[in-house]
Design a protein around this ligand. Structure first.
Ligand code: ADP
Length: 168
């Protein structure tokens, strides 16, 4: 019996980094369809509006080596979206120790709310282990070089938008 496995990779992507892109490309190879879900996190206000974060992702994934990636957004409860899309798997990236406790809690809570929701953790690659959207934002605010952390096609826009708030 053929089964089509749908996976969802949720996050703020504020902004998307090479760490996220690595997880996206690897997850797209593991599942039949991967939905990259740009989400609103009420306890973590974003620096970039939802539309801009989606635009950064679209531009960054234009040349991704996969044709089974969909980018969508969700303003409500994640697990309701998960059920609506009849998805099978939640994909999460794990960096060093920092992500473990939070992501483990989320995996257990989601499983409680939907018994078929399996969370799959992909280890960050060595180069992205200490890379985070917030570090990129901090460097960009001071006009620093973020070209090693985010795709070239969005780096200029990120710096342009963030440095205005800090530099004279
Ligand atoms: P959130 O607001 O939910 O933390 P993020 O956009 O920061 O959203 O992250 C979304 C997912 O991507 C999380 O599972 C996070 O652990 C993972 N992630 C973030 N940065 C990296 C990275 N550098 N390498 C691997 N995974 C990462």
């Amino acid at each position: 019996m053929a089964t089509n496995k749908i996976a969802i990779y949720p996050g703020s992507f504020d902004p998307v980094t090479y760490g996220h892109i690595d997880i996206i490309e690897r997850a797209a190879r593991l599942f039949d369809k991967l939905i990259v879900l740009v989400s609103i996190n009420p306890v973590k206000p974003a620096s970039f509006p939802l539309e801009e974060r989606i635009d950064f992702l679209k531009r960054s994934l234009k040349h991704a080596k996969a044709d089974n990636i969909e980018i969508d957004n969700n303003k409500g409860l994640f697990i309701d979206y998960f059920k609506r899309r009849k998805a099978d798997v939640i994909v999460k990236g794990l960096r060093a120790m920092s992500d473990f406790e939070y992501e483990f809690q989320m995996a257990l809570l989601n499983k409680d709310m939907c018994h078929t929701a399996e969370t799959v953790f992909l280890s960050a690659n060595a180069a992205s282990m200490f890379l985070s959207s917030s570090a990129v934002r901090q460097i960009a605010m001071f006009g620093g070089d973020i070209s090693a952390f985010v795709p070239h096609c969005i780096a200029g826009d990120i710096i342009e938008k963030l440095k205005k708030g800090v530099l004279p």
